[in-house]
Design a protein around this ligand. Sequence first.
Ligand code: ATP
Ligand code: MG
Length: 443
Amino acid sequence: MSRASIRRDPTSMSKTLQAIRGMNDILPEEAELWEQFEELVRDWLRAYGYKPIRMPLVEPTPLFARAIGEVTDIVEKEMYSFTDGLNGEPLTLRPEGTASCVRAVLQHNLLYDSPRRLCYMGPMFRHERPQKGRYRQFHQVGVEALGYAGPDIDAEQILMCARLWNDLGLDDIRLEINSLGQPEERAQHRGDLIAYLEQHQERLDGDGQRRLHSNPLRILDSKNPDMQALIEGAPKLMDYLGEASLKHFEGVQAVLRDSGIPYRINPRLVRGLDYYNLTVVEWVTDRLGAQGTVCAGGRYDGLVAQLGGRPAPACGFAMGIERLLALWLDSGNRGQTIAPDVYVVHQGDAAAASAVKVAERLRDVGFTVVLHCGGGSFKSQMKRADGSGAVVAVIIGDDEVAAGEVTIKPLREEAEQRRVKLDAVDDVVGAWLFGGDEDDGDI
Ligand code: ATP
Ligand code: MG
């Protein structure tokens, strides 16, 4: 639409604009909960030695086609792809973080002298049908360990998740694992699987027909009840794993058993993304309805080479923040209410000038302070102070200014307000907030 036609469009000014379907505003109260969650997550990531990395939200489209695979749900139908209007470059809003992370690692040669534990947090974009727990802009915490080949890191990432669930007070997320073996083992299984499915082609649904030759492993993951008997009888990938693959899988399980982490081997657990091999992991809950997977990951030893790097093994996972937060709330967490310590109320020009100084002085010593802005009567300002949730109000009027004092009024307890000298204000506020004696509360 040209500028002129936007100006002429009679509806464009009167209609309130809405966010894109499936892309949510996170309003202040909820956003505070997000921040608490993110703080907890950052501490947890640090505790395991993961270093943050931040990648762009937009990448060249071929990155995802190459990394994720042409015949996956994501690349086939879920990507927000568009052409850069200025230079014609095909671009995509990132649907996941692993491809971007590996791209960044290769571009900046981060693996040149040692393996890396990396993590990131942020929005991802997929054009799916929005519903509870499934959005078009959603958020993930992603973890990638690059350059590690052994089952120790696979197991550590599982232990790590178990700790986070514990930190969040979530006790009903169960662990499912599987091994996808190596590409050659998968190829053998794939041949037999296609032969088996071809014999029963009439029992395949539309998706199954479509995937029969492109991505038959995904058929095993179908939720269609009519296909379950067919899937039960299909050749099992586990039976095709060679000694080394089985040893790796056993290595992961040994640590889990040793650490007392319950798990179930789910032979039908495959990943939607093509770059996985060996260990696959999902954490699932029954409390979120159909969108029950809160975290998914595993090993992807082929990806670094697939993106043009010197071959390097890798293992990672991504968790859905919206789903975890829904579970956190469902488990009774309400988050802490975040309120300022102090609300500063003032009237008159001299009082306003003093109020700025008092507020800054209180912030200097670490209090959170809301300074009333916008004028109004003492009564209306006190209403705001109360509504802010602050523990005390600091009140400054002409009298206080003349005496070089302020009035401190507790808002959450029945107690008398007090006049104190300006230079005692932080001690007295501190005494109110934390109890105890102020140093020099000369009244
Ligand atoms: P699903 O089977 O639910 O579509 P997926 O296999 O596509 O999940 P992954 O690509 O493995 O998901 O992403 C890891 C995690 O990110 C998921 O387990 C889920 O918690 C979350 N997630 C994925 N897609 C969405 C979405 N559209 N909205 C909200 N969370 C999502
Ligand atoms: Mg999906």
